[in-house]
Design a protein around this ligand. Structure first.
Ligand SMILES: [Ca+2]
Length: 316
């Protein structure tokens, strides 16, 4: 079809006439398509090749947390397998205090747009263009932007992936993490405390990583007797947003009210605050990575953990 650009089994169509997210969604439907989902990095790069040089600052893609603030879903119901959040996201916007300088260079070119005030908000996701092309921002769904429609290419069948065998086995003292391929174990019983990087390196040394959390059910399984504990979320790159250390997508979040705030511009690692803490029920807060906490590791089911490292490997 004219105007559609094909990549592998899918075709994409760029609409530059600005529409709100629900209007854009309806418009894509009228072309027998849907607002584009992005399932992996190469697809994100392809979209950048389509819109990255355009004068508009943003284009809607089909991701939103309108129904549940803590969970981003694709409008086509596909599973979230990839995310590429901008530094101010998810849920933080342009009206930040001047002290949050790591956000400001992203925010200043966007003065024509209504951005969310600081905090964790419901909204719809748009891809940036220009210098930071390809990063994802959460904007009010009523903003009017261009958008990207997507459909299965003519003659392309959906490839069925054969089911992979996942051994449902956890080593002794490890617990299966529900709806995941992982077993988890808390490592704070000894009252040992580590920085975020030391905790991550500990988990990697035994063959796993710091735990990543993708649902409230999983969050409820990650519990500790202590007030705060490291999870695998951090913002290691000052130009992009929070990422899980195991590389999994950030589509679920459970921030404490007003967080993440990157207070004093030094908070890049995320701790979980426990139930009987005065503030919260398993909510998340960004803090200094050099703080020391307990932590929880994950390891793939069927993998036998390496012997516990007695010292943190050098390098971080
Ligand atoms: Ca904070």
């Amino acid at each position: 079809m004219q105007g559609w650009r094909r990549q592998n089994s899918y075709c994409y169509f760029i609409v530059t006439k600005p529409k709100s997210f629900p209007e854009a969604e309806a418009d894509c439907k009228s072309y027998n398509s849907y607002l584009a989902d992005v399932s992996k990095g190469v697809d994100n790069a392809f979209l950048v090749s389509l819109v990255g040089m355009r004068p508009e600052k943003h284009f809607w893609i089909g991701l939103t947390n309108q129904k549940n603030i803590n969970r981003f879903v694709w409008t086509n119901k596909d599973k979230v397998t990839f995310t590429n959040w901008n530094v101010v996201m998810p849920g933080i916007g342009g009206k930040v205090k001047p002290t949050y300088s790591r956000y400001l260079h992203h925010v200043s070119p966007l003065n024509n747009l209504h951005f969310f005030a600081q905090g964790h908000h419901k909204g719809c996701v748009a891809m940036t263009t220009g210098v930071f092309a390809g990063l994802w921002d959460v904007l009010p769904c009523t903003n009017t932007l261009g958008y990207i429609c997507k459909q299965l290419a003519e003659g392309a069948g959906l490839t069925t992936v054969p089911p992979t065998f996942t051994p449902d086995y956890c080593a002794k003292n490890w617990t299966p993490l529900r709806s995941s391929e992982y077993c988890i174990k808390e490592f704070s019983q000894t009252k040992e405390r580590r920085t975020w990087f030391e905790a991550r390196d500990f988990c990697r040394a035994i063959g796993g990583d710091l735990v990543s959390i993708h649902s409230y059910v999983q969050l409820q399984q990650v519990r500790t007797a202590f007030t705060s504990m490291w999870i695998g979320l951090s913002a290691p790159d000052p130009t992009t947003g929070f990422v899980w250390s195991d590389g999994s997508p950030l589509q679920y979040q459970h921030w404490l009210t007003g967080q993440p705030d990157n207070r004093n511009n030094v908070q890049s690692c995320v701790e979980i605050m426990m139930k009987w803490h005065q503030y919260t029920d398993g909510s998340w807060n960004d803090v200094r990575c050099e703080k020391t906490n307990g932590w929880t590791c994950q390891i793939a089911k069927g993998v036998t953990p390496n012997p516990l490292p007695t010292r943190v490997p050098p390098g971080n």
